[in-house]
Design a protein around this ligand. Structure first.
Ligand code: FES
Length: 178
């Protein structure tokens, strides 16, 4: 009889232990998931795909007709857990056309994202990675680039040029932010 009572007590203790372990695990998961997510999430975020708005890049008097100028885009930048208040987030080619119109092109090649250079001698933009060539208006002359150079939104206020910096998806014919 005593043995039976001991067995019964042991069984209850084991059951209570299992319940307690289960509840403790549930509480641990309930608290742990948001904590882990808060810790990891910043590292998984894409950083610097665009400026926070139109950013000033300089005086338009410095732009001569058909002489592209490469200018840095500075803005605040979030890099995982760190916020940099004013830093270079990208660059653009600024071109004043013969019609006096100012255009800003992303320096990022639409093919696979290499930096596009200006070749003064041939008067063309060139991507050195896979030899894509573009004319001064950003049109494709040759090479694997699936689209023209990406133009960016600009504004001119009191002689100063502002550009909205934006990265675009690579390797596709459509110009899509991302
Ligand atoms: S990345 Fe520019 S041509 Fe390939």
């Amino acid at each position: 009889m005593k043995e039976k009572l001991d067995e019964c007590g042991n069984g209850r203790r084991t059951f209570l232990k299992a319940c307690s372990l289960f509840l403790t695990s549930l509480i641990g998961i309930a608290y742990g998931i948001p904590l882990i997510r808060a810790f990891i999430n910043p590292a998984l975020q894409k950083t610097v795909i665009s400026s926070s708005g139109l950013v000033e890049v300089g005086n338009i008097q410095n732009c001569k007709v058909n002489v592209p100028r490469k200018v840095a885009i500075k803005d605040s930048r979030n890099d995982a857990w760190t916020k940099y208040p004013e830093t270079v987030i990208g660059a653009v080619w600024v071109v004043r056309g013969e019609d006096d119109k100012i255009t800003a092109f992303s320096v990022i090649c639409p093919h696979l994202g290499c930096g596009i250079d200006w070749d003064k001698d041939s008067g063309r933009f060139v991507c050195p990675c896979h030899d894509s060539y573009f004319d001064i208006k950003g049109g494709i002359l040759s090479g694997p680039s699936p689209r023209t150079m990406d133009t960016l939104e600009t504004d001119i206020k009191e002689g100063k040029l502002f550009v909205r910096y934006q990265k675009m998806k690579l390797g596709i014919a459509e110009k899509i932010p991302g």
